[in-house]
Write a protein that binds this ligand. Structure first.
Ligand code: HEC
Length: 510
């Protein structure tokens, strides 16, 4: 064969292969995208139906495509062009198109056993063993025609003051728990109220909220971001639990799992959760709309001191359709959060990637838009005036912040990277290896920083775990950099479109 023919032939096979591989994306190519963007919630035992295997995805293909095209899933109501947060659930355009094209092309199964295994989802999102588990007493919903609020209290049972670094609220009956507010009653005098009308929080210190889809609260434990919620000896945990109408007879027993700083830890900075922006003085007319604003502090002098905002938790009910928060002084504004399509079902605590300094003399500002017309399918009844109140059919403007007193340099602390490497959060759930028969070639080995893996495959992904099972680094190339990791033995898991390989390697830095 002469050189030219050979080149032409190679070129044409190359073209053929490219177009063929595009058209023939099969389930094994789509599964990793679903694992990265969807199965955290959509798995058996998760908060939504499973999208964890081929037939489940096929069964839901029409709504999967619809929700991707309409940006309904993955749920992330905050506008990423306005402000970025830690753990944003935003799917890339390329990944979105890959799923949609695969559906449009007839959902090729291929060899489904080549798809990467689902991570081993546990019952809890935080690693390790909590220092304190608070079991919320079991109760039975009595909510028939209206939503009910129950207040339940449990003594913390600690003998000395402690600082909370992290907590996770785990509902016993996820379908029943609409929303829970977690407060600390430092006086220890709160009593249970199961009347269904316990509208006021009983604790004096709010540490956070739980709503479906909300992750646990983890504060970085590293100076100068060593933050904590103070829990005084003798306190009670006080839960205000909101259950929807038509749930009478259903039961729940939830759990609060708490991780403390060790006794004697020094340098902890107090962090506070406070609903600074509230407005209880408006109505939304029947078949009408209304813009409601609020600012804090109300006086023109603004904040008396500099503060550092750590996270935002904006809140309204079902007549609300958008929320905007910023800090301002004169015409200067500091963006905080923009939710262009507010959805009562997707509430969340938004943690800033780096803390936001709000200087003294600035004010915080909230604007909520309420649409009580047929244009808003979620408003309870467009023909009724909406009043402020705590029931789901009432409205509220209730925007909270996690904040601390400003210290020089706060705005440059990288909260995102601290949390990405936090041992409570990094994935210790090493997936089960289904095809580990071939040993993985890692070179050089030992190595001083950059490991290469031998693979014929163009598309692969690498995860590196330390001997404690903590995820240390990931990569989508044939190499992974461990120059920031301490010397030691590492396990290297490589997924390519064919197989999952496990190898180990020793890191020795000079
Ligand atoms: C943070 C959790 C979470 C993530 C991440 C997530 N979903 Fe969902 N999804 C839900 C919940 C909760 C529901 C409502 C479930 C129900 O009604 O049973 C839902 C509903 C759906 C529905 C049903 C749609 C409907 O209108 O009823 C589809 C389809 C869907 N999700 C697809 C996806 C896809 C595709 C992804 C990834 C690109 C994804 N979801 C990511 C939590 C999530």
């Amino acid at each position: 064969m002469n050189a030219l023919r050979k080149a032409l032939l190679l070129a044409s096979t190359h073209c053929l292969m490219t177009s063929a591989s595009l058209a023939q994306q099969s389930y094994k190519d789509i599964a990793p995208i679903l694992i990265n963007n969807c199965t955290g919630c959509h798995h058996n035992g998760g908060i939504a139906f499973s999208l964890g295997n081929y037939s489940a995805v096929v069964a839901n293909n029409v709504s999967v495509k619809y929700d991707l095209l309409s940006n309904k899933m993955p749920p992330w109501p905050a506008d990423p062009n306005y402000k970025h947060y830690v753990h944003e659930r935003v799917i890339s355009m390329a990944d979105k198109n890959a799923i949609i094209n695969w559906i449009n092309n007839g959902m090729q199964a291929g060899d489904t056993s080549l798809a990467p295994p689902l991570p081993n989802y546990g019952a809890y999102q935080l690693n390790g063993t909590p220092d304190l588990i608070i079991n919320v007493p079991k109760f039975t919903s009595t909510a028939t025609t209206a939503d009910h609020y129950y207040c339940l209290n449990v003594p913390a049972g600690i003998l000395q003051d402690r600082y909370i670094r992290a907590f996770e609220f785990v509902p016993g009956n996820a379908a029943l728990i609409h929303h829970a507010v977690i407060t600390i009653d430092t006086l220890g005098t709160a009593v249970n109220d199961l009347s269904g009308g316990c509208y006021n929080f009983q604790g004096q210190i709010n540490i956070g909220d739980f709503a479906p889809g909300m992750g646990p609260t983890v504060l970085p434990g590293v100076s100068p971001a060593k933050f904590g919620f103070k829990l005084k000896a003798g306190s009670k945990f006080s839960f205000q639990i909101h259950v929807p109408e038509n749930t009478a007879g259903e039961q729940d027993s939830s759990q609060l799992r708490i991780y403390f700083y060790p006794v004697g830890t020094t340098g902890i900075r107090d962090i506070y959760f406070q609903t600074v922006l509230q407005n209880w003085n408006f109505t939304v007319p029947a078949n009408g709309t209304r813009v409601v604003t609020q600012q804090y502090p109300s006086g023109a002098a603004g904040l008396p001191i500099n503060i550092s905002l750590y996270g935002a938790f904006p809140h309204s009910h079902k007549t609300c359709t958008s929320i905007l928060n910023y800090a301002f002084k004169g015409t200067d504004t500091i963006p905080l959060i923009n939710i262009p399509s507010w959805d009562f079902h997707w509430q969340g605590q938004y943690v800033f990637k780096s803390m936001v300094k709000v200087p003294s003399t600035y004010r915080l500002f909230a604007k909520h838009f309420f649409d009580n017309t047929v244009n808003n399918p979620n408003t309870p009844d467009p023909n009724q005036t909406v009043f402020v109140g705590t029931s789901t059919t009432n409205e509220m403007l209730f925007d909270s912040y996690l904040y601390t007193y400003y210290q020089t340099g706060d705005e440059s602390i990288n909260i995102d990277s601290l949390l990405s490497n936090d041992p409570l959060l990094v994935s210790t759930k090493v997936p089960t290896l289904t095809h580990a028969e071939s040993p993985l070639q890692v070179f050089p080995n030992p190595c001083s920083g950059l490991f290469q893996v031998a693979s014929e495959q163009a598309k692969l992904s690498i995860k590196v775990y330390n001997t404690f099972g903590q995820l240390v680094n990931t990569s989508n190339e044939k190499q992974v950099d461990l120059s920031n990791a301490p010397n030691g033995i590492y396990f290297i898991v490589v997924y390519n479109s064919e197989q999952t390989y496990l190898g180990s390697a020793r890191l020795i830095k000079e």
